[in-house]
Design a protein around this ligand. Structure first.
Ligand SMILES: Nc1ncnc2c1ncn2[C@@H]1O[C@H](COP(=O)(O)OP(=O)(O)O)[C@@H](O)[C@H]1O
Ligand SMILES: [Mg+2]
Length: 371
């Protein structure tokens, strides 16, 4: 196990709180359980009980009451909730650590928007894709293609919105059928797949990767389509493309779906709230624990940065001169013969209450070091 609970428990006094906003899926619960090992408080926030009220200011209500303060708000949810997730992320982005930027929910839930965004990154390759709102345009374009092709719903998941068309006539009749339901459709080059890969990104790291296999007679290799999987050792190219994609979408935690083709790896999509069961089972790694650990470290890092800038502001307000990063000129305070150090000294030294320290004194000098 990578977690030394004793070590992390010393952080608990800081009272760091995480809220995981989700539908309460198995994967979200796995992360919540792991987050409880790191954070002082880890709450499940049911997305269905959230309301956003906008009048002269924005209020996010949970079960009718303003949502309480958190140090980290990690949001997961399906396409149906992307506008709500957008609103909540936007509202809390300056108040606490929000691992997925508001827009990343909207982009990741739309394969066309994802494609557009990732096409701006030079390291990323993707299958050639075509999209139009007008069916007549689509049909004339279908005539110009080499078959087979792939038709996709921009917001489909679990392989359900992916259609394989082996000829112009089958593609044209599918497009007609989709038009009856006013469904926009995305047309993509069919890529002969050597490997179907899923990687999970957390910050600058790949925390899990698997290769998925389609069932016999099936084009789609998603695990929801019953395919098998094995652990996958990421190549430097897959690693680079996946981390670049997550950065471009501004999702600190996400899954990237790629295919290994004869022309190298290509990205298919970004998943902003990936399922964790199949990848945990396949890699035998505690992926939920890795995500919780990452969220904790990042929350702590941001809190620390904020404290540092707050202490600078405090110094300014109190008219204290800061020399370098450690030396401060101030007036010594004493109470009943005991020296009271200013708050910025405790903050900058990063001592914990109750910590064992060595106090060395001589005339005109006190030195306190960790014991
Ligand atoms: N352009 C393509 N060429 C070949 N196979 C594809 C292509 N696009 C998707 N697939 C297959 O369909 C699966 C699902 O596609 P994907 O775009 O990831 O949508 P979903 O959101 O349904 O997972 C992929 O994992 C892959 O096996
Ligand atoms: Mg996929």
């Amino acid at each position: 196990m990578f977690i030394n609970n004793q070590f992390f428990k010393i952080f608990r006094y800081m009272g760091l709180k995480i809220g995981i906003i989700s539908m309460g899926s198995k994967s979200s619960r796995m992360i919540l359980e792991e987050a409880d090992n790191f954070f002082d408080e880890a709450d499940h926030i049911d997305i269905r009980k959230i309301e956003v009220k906008i009048d002269d200011k924005t209020t996010v209500l949970y079960d009718g009451e303003p949502l309480k303060d958190y140090d980290c708000l990690y949001m997961r949810g399906s396409f149906r909730y992307s506008s709500l997730l957008y609103a909540i992320s936007e509202h809390f982005k300056d108040k606490c650590y929000v691992p997925l930027e508001a827009n990343s929910h909207v982009i990741a839930h739309d394969k066309f928007k994802t494609h557009l965004k990732l096409s701006q990154v030079s390291s990323i390759k993707m299958p050639a894709t075509y999209f139009t709102a007008k069916i007549t345009e689509t049909k004339s374009f279908l005539k110009t293609l080499n078959y087979p092709i792939i038709l996709k719903f921009p917001s489909g998941t679990h392989g359900k919105g992916v259609i394989f068309a082996e000829s112009y006539s089958s593609a044209a009749s599918m497009v007609d059928a989709l038009d009856v339901f006013s469904q926009p459709v995305l047309i993509q080059d069919y890529i002969h797949i050597n490997s179907d890969i899923r990687v999970i990104v957390a910050g600058d790291k790949i925390i899990g990767a698997m290769r998925r296999f389609a069932q016999k007679g099936e084009v789609r290799a998603n695990s929801h389509q019953g395919g098998d999987a094995e652990p996958y050792l990421v190549t430097p190219e897959v690693k680079r493309m996946s981390i670049d994609a997550a950065k471009k979408i501004k999702a600190d935690v996400c899954a990237i779906d790629l295919i290994e083709s004869d022309y190298g790896p290509q990205i298919l999509e970004v998943n902003s709230s990936p399922g964790l069961q199949k990848i945990t089972e396949t890699t035998k790694k505690n992926i939920a624990g890795e995500i919780a650990h990452f969220l904790f470290e990042e929350t702590l890092r941001r809190k620390d940065l904020k404290n540092k800038s707050d202490s600078k502001d405090l110094n300014k307000d109190m008219g204290i001169e800061e020399i370098g990063s450690r030396d401060l000129v101030t007036e010594l305070k004493m109470n009943a013969g005991r020296i009271i150090l200013p708050e910025f000294a405790s903050k900058q030294s990063e001592f914990w209450p109750g910590e064992e320290v060595v106090v060395k004194t001589s005339k005109g000098k006190i030195e306190i070091t960790k014991g």
